[in-house]
Design a protein around this ligand. Structure first.
Ligand SMILES: [Fe+2]
Length: 287
């Protein structure tokens, strides 16, 4: 049988080749480009009704997920890019690890670069230890992650609060336990439901879905991670894989009942993939 190269066959062949190339390009981007294609995101946050003698710069880091898919050299690069913005305060919102700490000494030394410059605080993520982490073969409790943070001079607020003075500017930080680990206890974390102080109240909570538990408490800004910005963002579909119920808070600065929620896409990833969803270090200028 003779094969005739018609215009229609030529077009079909070109389309198939194009689709193949596009597919291969998407795969290369998803696996080898975007997971470490770090961006720096600047966000201005205005807190009405609060008095700050000067703006405060917060470096918001989350979901570093140190693991085989997120090498220490990349994490060190992200930390140095954050430090270059000279933050007043660093806030980690969970998931420093995947299941286990891959290289505690090197990781602590990298994190210490941050705490050498300014106060650093953290809250727990579902991967850091606890009932959820144990179920996937991770740490049954938070002791190992707390040990890493201790070595790095970073304070974890686990259902606890602390007022921090940033060159005379007071900020009240509230850190919550993880929502998926069923550890979120606002009644323990908040010193009072109301905030009679002039200073802003910033909540560190890994999972933005936890906001429903905080409705009756006074706070101004909640910092979250967990979603990885959706990690895979599909054209026309969006972020179907974001592990949250409320998809309005998958990424960025968004209002909620008169307050702000900032969800960062985070530094690391799970399974070595990102698509249309770059990792970031987020710099928040709060005024
Ligand atoms: Fe995460």
């Amino acid at each position: 049988m003779r094969f005739r190269l018609t215009r229609r066959r030529l077009l079909a062949g070109a389309l198939a080749a194009g689709a193949g190339l596009l597919g291969a390009g998407t795969w290369i981007d998803m696996r080898y480009v975007e997971p470490q294609w770090l961006k720096e995101t600047r966000v201005n946050v205005r807190l009405p009704g609060k008095t700050l003698s000067r703006p405060v710069r917060v470096l918001h880091l989350s979901d570093l997920h140190a693991s085989g898919h997120v090498p220490m050299a990349y994490i060190e690069k992200a930390i140095k890019r954050g430090i270059a913005h000279k933050p007043d305060l660093v806030c980690f919102t969970g998931d420093l690890i995947n299941r286990h700490i891959p290289d505690r000494k090197r990781y602590a030394a990298a994190l210490r670069l941050l705490s050498d410059g300014c106060p650093c605080y953290a809250c727990a993520g579902n991967h850091d230890g606890g009932s959820w982490a144990r179920a996937i073969g991770g740490y049954a409790g938070l002791d190992e992650t707390l040990g890493l943070l201790d070595d790095a001079n970073i304070r974890m607020l686990f259902n606890a609060s602390e007022t921090v003075s940033l060159d005379g500017v007071l900020v009240e930080l509230i850190g919550l336990g993880d929502y998926w680990a069923n550890d979120t206890r606002p009644e323990k974390a908040f010193p009072h439901k109301e905030n009679q102080e002039e200073s802003p109240r910033i909540v560190l909570s890994h999972n933005p879905d936890s906001k429903g538990l905080l409705r009756d408490y006074a706070w101004d800004l909640m910092l979250c991670g967990h979603t990885h910005g959706g990690q895979l963002s599909l054209p026309l579909v969006g972020t179907p894989f974001a592990p949250v119920r409320d998809h309005r808070y998958v990424y960025g600065l968004n209002p909620w009942e008169g307050r702000w929620i900032h969800t960062t896409s985070g530094v690391g990833n799970l399974h070595g993939m990102r698509l249309n969803c770059r990792p970031e270090v987020a710099i928040l200028d709060i005024s």
